[in-house]
Design a protein around this ligand. Structure first.
Ligand code: TZP
Ligand code: MG
Length: 225
């Protein structure tokens, strides 16, 4: 049984987006103080040693606040640092292989854009899916179409009754978060468990305030359900 994670405000790191002079670990700690509930360390350019170093330092901060740590793509890095989970994309390691390599109870997340992706996620029994991109984003070169709140709602419908948690990702900011949460539930009747955010938190001069703004909206939404 995988660890029960609060996905409400899911921070995906992006060191290249930090404002000039802003320290990565300081930003991470402030964002957790603001209300981030789970952290994914995403490193696209780091070599293995550097990734492990950054993940280890990130885990120290996460542990201080009892916030779970998820590693993007790299099962070996997750094992090396004792992470709580691994997030894989459609072109990364197969879920069944990742499951085989990881300790029992490690959370596995999969990026999903289409109905076929969700059907596969259900078949493989992942713990959560990241649905998107919901809005346009400059953070990642998208290889799949932007699906909007309607698309998120459709994917949520397909997940109904599976017990798989769902977060939305891609261009989410405090300014469109209410629409993201309400728009998708109005299509599907099923609420998102949280939202994953990079730039709205990381690129902010005050990651704490940015995370608090997001956290307040998710909380108000969940209180409404
Ligand atoms: N996967 C789909 S969109 C995206 C990822 C990693 C980037 C999201 O970044 P932002 O800055 O929150 O739009
Ligand atoms: Mg990937």
């Amino acid at each position: 049984m995988a660890k029960d994670i609060d996905y409400s405000v899911y921070l995906v790191t992006g060191r290249d987006l930090l404002p000039p002079g802003k320290d990565y670990l300081e930003s991470l700690e402030e964002s957790i103080q603001g209300g981030v509930t789970v952290v994914q360390v995403r490193e696209k350019d780091a070599d293995t040693g550097e990734f492990i170093k950054i993940a280890t330092e990130s885990k120290r901060i996460c542990d201080k606040y009892n916030v779970p740590l998820i590693i993007n793509d790299r099962v070996d890095v997750a094992l090396a640092v004792g992470a709580d989970g691994v997030h894989v994309g459609q072109d990364d390691m197969e879920i069944t292989l990742a499951r085989k390599l990881l300790h029992a109870g490690t959370v596995l997340g999969l990026s999903c854009n289409t109905a076929e992706h969700v059907a596969e996620a259900v078949k493989l029994g992942v713990d959560y899916v990241g649905i998107g991109a919901v809005w346009g984003t400059k953070t990642k070169n998208l290889t799949n179409p932007i699906i909007g709140v309607r698309g998120v709602g459709e994917r949520l419908k397909e997940l109904d009754g599976t017990g798989i948690k769902a977060i939305a990702i891609g261009g989410i900011k405090s300014s469109n978060l209410w629409r993201t949460l309400h728009g998708s539930i109005s299509v599907s009747g099923r609420a998102l468990d949280g939202v994953a955010v990079v730039s709205d938190i990381v690129a902010s001069r005050s990651p704490k305030e940015a995370a608090t703004a997001l956290s307040n909206i998710v909380r108000a939404f969940k209180d409404d359900q």
